[in-house]
Design a protein around this ligand. Structure first.
Ligand code: SAM
Length: 271
């Protein structure tokens, strides 16, 4: 291949992945929209609905990149607050935007975005400023395989389109288990195996033929997008990944296919 990723030994995968995301960081959000026709937004919205955070939820979003999941977490809680406030009478203290009273929902909840790549985090921070989320998100540079976080720290751990980029999936899962509090939930959104033969054929054509070309045209980078396509093919299928999650210690593990398995949501609890 152009990037030689299929033959790249495991020891240098981390380095190569770092290079890929440093190259694409500035164009990452645009490319996601272009490549998926905006569908990644719907998947991420749905992912957050499935997590269903409540007031006080402490979330860590690993391989969180430019903050898509973190911002959805905050909007979800914000909307919850907005609808709660419908029943509140006039005269209560409102936040500076003045739209609705600010309870404790957002104050008690928090999200940490952890990513190995500073360039991705920097884009995320700029987005947070533009969205006015500066106080509600913390940004942490760290490797999913050895998180710089104490045991039993979070209520929820999410990882979206990130785990396939790591070198040792088993280590990532063990770390997820370690940093979650007892009762905490692990949720992963990732590309997976397409279940319909016809769709798989179309999807393969699309991803191998079209995505690297789009990468070249939109982001000026063929190789990074070629890598992204290859990494999807190599990631374990739904059942196999569910088994790995169980092996890391999680219970009540299940998964749900999105668009016939183009992506899947896996979930498990530290019980
Ligand atoms: N979660 C974001 C989203 O859904 O838009 C970003 C996903 S992006 C495809 C993958 C991210 O994983 C990149 O930001 C990359 O830097 C990060 N990543 C890759 N390997 C990692 C590792 N070992 N630890 C933490 N982050 C990693």
């Amino acid at each position: 291949t152009h990037f030689g990723f299929q033959t790249v030994p495991e020891e240098v995968k981390e380095e190569k992945v770092y290079e890929v995301f440093s190259n694409v960081a500035e164009k990452y959000d645009l490319m996601n929209d272009v490549m998926s026709g905006g569908i990644h937004r719907l998947w991420k919205d749905y992912f957050m609905e499935r997590l269903g955070p409540v007031s006080g939820t402490k979330l860590i979003d690993v391989a969180g990149g430019t903050g898509d999941i973190a911002f959805r977490f905050l909007s979800y809680l914000d909307n919850m607050e907005e609808s709660d406030s419908d029943s509140i009478s006039d005269g209560e203290v409102t936040d500076e935007i003045g739209k609705y009273p600010r309870h404790d929902v957002l104050q008690q909840s928090s999200v940490t975005v952890c990513d190995i790549n500073q360039a991705m985090l920097d884009v995320g921070k700029k987005r947070a400023e533009a969205l006015g989320h500066t106080h509600s998100v913390s940004w942490l540079k760290g490797n999913a395989e050895c998180l710089p976080i104490a045991d039993n720290s979070y209520d929820a751990y999410t990882i979206a389109f990130g785990i396939r980029n790591t070198t040792h999936i088993d280590k990532v899962l063990r770390e997820a288990y370690r940093v979650l509090k007892p009762g905490g939930r692990f949720m992963c959104l990732e590309f997976s195996e397409v279940t319909s033969g016809v769709l798989r054929k179309l999807y393969d054509e699309y991803s191998f033929q079209v995505i690297p070309v789009m990468g070249k045209v939109v982001a000026g980078d063929w190789d990074s997008y070629q890598y992204l396509v290859e990494s999807i093919r190599k990631f374990p299928k739904q059942e196999e990944f569910a088994k790995m999650i169980r092996e890391a210690g999680f219970r009540a593990v299940h998964y749900e296919n999105l668009m016939m398995g183009i992506a899947a949501i896996h979930s498990g609890f530290k019980l």
